[in-house]
Design a binder for this molecule. Sequence first.
Ligand code: 13P
Ligand code: 13P
Ligand code: MG
Ligand code: MG
Length: 362
Amino acid sequence: MITISLIKADIGSFPGHTRAPQKLIDKCKEYLEEVKGQLIVDYYVTRCGDDIQLLMTHTKGVDNEEIHALAWSVFERAANIAIEDKLYGAGQDLLADAFSGNIRGLGPGCAEMEFEEREAESIIAFMCDKTDPAAFNLPLFKIFADPFNTPGLVIDKKLTQGFVFEVHDLMAGKKISLKTPEEMYELLALIGNRDRYAIKRIYRKDGLLAAVVSTEKLSLIAGEYVGKDDPVALVRCQGGLPAVGEVLEPFAFPQLVAGWMRGSHWGPLMPVSEKDANPSRFDGPPRVIALGFQLRHGKLLGPVDMFADVAFDRARALANEIADYIRMHGPFQPHRLSEEQMEYTTLPHVLEKLSSRFAPIE
Ligand code: 13P
Ligand code: 13P
Ligand code: MG
Ligand code: MG
């Protein structure tokens, strides 16, 4: 069995929340190189905007203390450099003072899957900046449940059995599993509400794990706004699962996602190449990158930078148009998030100041 762990954190960037510097990425690589061939089989380090991503393969299973401790120490050591270099938000996502058993709940985001490597194991790692975990609800639904996106659901006999979606209620800390196609409407009733519900895992009905998303919510961990969660996801492709092109297809639509400036605005999710993952305009627009790998006994062949393709130019142009349009709303909803969502940003502090001045309407 092989485990693939994608663990990410914002440990400092420049200028503002734009980009994690190459120096920090190189440091993370250096630290992972020290344990390659021992604790881990292979690794790839990159960034999406200000978030650093550690993609690691190993044989220790998910939620493994040694692997999580490794990721924490890599981030911690790199964060110390970020602090010395006076980067913006140095150590931003390392919310705990010290590592304790499992990195989930300490700030970093985490998507992991353990499986028997198939004859040919194609995986896409998605990484976002300036948005939250529910940003994956729409694309994952389309990939695994919408035959207009994924013809394989209709014409590949291994896919016609359908999938099981594990959905998390992030507010209540509860989970539910729903089957498609038969419970598609119930599934949409939940995941269409992106304030609260996020897809965590997707299994093929025969039990094969197909996708996993990091669903850690920083504000719920910290109890206040400390930056957006900037989620990652791993999706297995081909050979009885959606093809690579079916997995990428939903990102040709730059859906509106929560995040962007101060984590408080709806904006279009723009698919970009690794090198173009530099949120600038209004600290965005929100970005997603997609890196394709092939596994060989846990070794990572790749990546192929999937959105570094002219086929996604139109999506980017549309995202820019949507950005022009929605920005014109300034501080008005629906550009600004709803009051319930803003509860987890800085708005409550502003409203507090006014609370004593509210008088009843006659
Ligand atoms: P597989 O069934 O081998 O995944 O091939 C399907 C395909 O490549 C469709 O584009
Ligand atoms: P990050 O969540 O990417 O750190 O961005 C925070 C922010 O406030 C952007 O305006
Ligand atoms: Mg940041
Ligand atoms: Mg970020």
